[in-house]
Design a protein around this ligand. Structure first.
Ligand SMILES: [Zn+2]
Length: 143
């Protein structure tokens, strides 16, 4: 093999190596995408499982979860309080039956027919009690 042939052969082998490497990287990238997809599926299903367990928490008494059950219940109560505050801030009132917003002039809820009393006077400064529990989920990777 003369020098020029050997040089050409070396270039050819190098380009084959580069093509092989590019193919490997593409395959790894594709496999990583598939792993990401499976992880998204797991996350979505675990969220649904968690919501189901919370909703059926009476069937799953678990001292390790009790604190989290309470935190979720408190968060739902806080959402209800905030929604109520939004209705009050808009100058409307809230149906005690179904919770929808009712115009001040309506004595009855247009949604469910429940009598809706005049609202309490709006309090400008809402004080959050110091013993309010705010739960921040653990975002570490510990199982
Ligand atoms: Zn109603």
């Amino acid at each position: 093999m003369d020098l020029l042939s050997r040089f050409g052969s070396t270039i050819s082998n190098k380009s084959k190596d580069v093509a092989k490497k590019a193919k490997e990287l593409a395959e790894i990238s594709n496999l990583n995408s598939q792993i990401d997809l499976q992880e998204e599926i797991i996350d979505k299903l675990c969220l649904e499982i968690g919501k189901t367990v919370y909703e059926k928490r009476d069937l799953f008494p678990d001292s390790a979860l009790a604190e989290k059950y309470t935190a979720v219940t408190n968060a739902y109560a806080e959402i209800a309080r905030l929604r109520s505050a939004i209705i009050t801030a808009k100058g409307a009132k809230q149906c005690p039956g179904c919770g929808i917003e009712v115009a001040l002039g309506n004595a009855f809820c247009p949604g469910c027919g429940t009598a809706v009393p005049a609202p309490e006077p709006y309090v400008e400064n809402i004080v959050i009690p110091p013993d309010s529990v705010i739960y921040y989920p653990d975002t570490s990777d510990d199982p």
